[in-house]
Write a protein that binds this ligand. Structure first.
Ligand SMILES: [Zn+2]
Length: 200
């Protein structure tokens, strides 16, 4: 074979090989996911305002979770026998979220007859504030902690009446819990039944 031709052929092969090697990793790189038009999907925990709301319902009210959120999973419902929490699914475009759609999610609801709807969100915010605190000994202290005096004027009467009713509920609940506690002499009763293991 002509040595010049051989060199040319070799150079040609090298050029083709080089181009191929250059192109190959690019083909393997996956395309970046496109952000434009991506939807934000998730769930929101939503409770109506009511006197028998548990601490869990108050704490989780308004919680948003889902694949794209910091919290991937929601709480187990119901929180307690009085729980009226709902799980509301939502889906928004990125621009809707940017426009405040997540903040506006959820209609105020209440099970209290005559309670003004416009005062439901501030009342729930007040309950969230006092939720972690221990229950005060008397109702006046409870009203003070919940900020009844500084509540919006038009709904102050309704909110104060609500808090009085709630305080009565919470104290009766605490009393019931104390009565359920075993006295120091009693054991919790987890003794094993010797017959239990024999069934087959
Ligand atoms: Zn609940």
């Amino acid at each position: 074979m002509n040595p010049y031709l051989a060199v040319l052929l070799l150079l040609g092969l090298m050029a083709v090989g080089w181009r191929f090697a250059k192109r190959k990793p690019r083909a393997e790189t996956p395309e970046r996911p496109r952000r434009a038009g991506r939807r934000v999907e998730g769930f929101q925990i939503w409770s109506p305002l009511h006197v028998r709301m548990g601490r869990g319902c108050i704490a989780d009210h308004g919680m948003q979770y889902g694949a794209g959120f910091r919290r991937k999973e929601g709480p187990l419902l119901p929180h307690d026998p009085n729980c009226r929490c709902e799980t509301i699914p939502f889906t928004f475009t990125g621009s809707e979220v940017f426009g405040g759609a997540l903040r506006r999610l959820g209609e105020p609801k209440t099970l209290q007859p005559g309670f003004p709807l416009s005062a439901v969100a501030p009342a729930l915010a007040a309950l969230k504030r006092v939720n972690a605190e221990p229950l005060p000994a008397d109702v006046e202290a409870y009203l003070a902690v919940a900020g009844a005096d500084s509540f919006e004027e038009t709904a102050r009467g309704a909110f104060t009446a609500f808090l009085r009713e709630r305080f009565a509920f919470l104290t009766s609940q605490e009393r019931a819990a104390r009565e359920r506690e075993p006295s120091p002499g009693e054991t919790a009763g987890t003794e094993l039944d010797p017959a239990a293991g024999k069934t087959s």
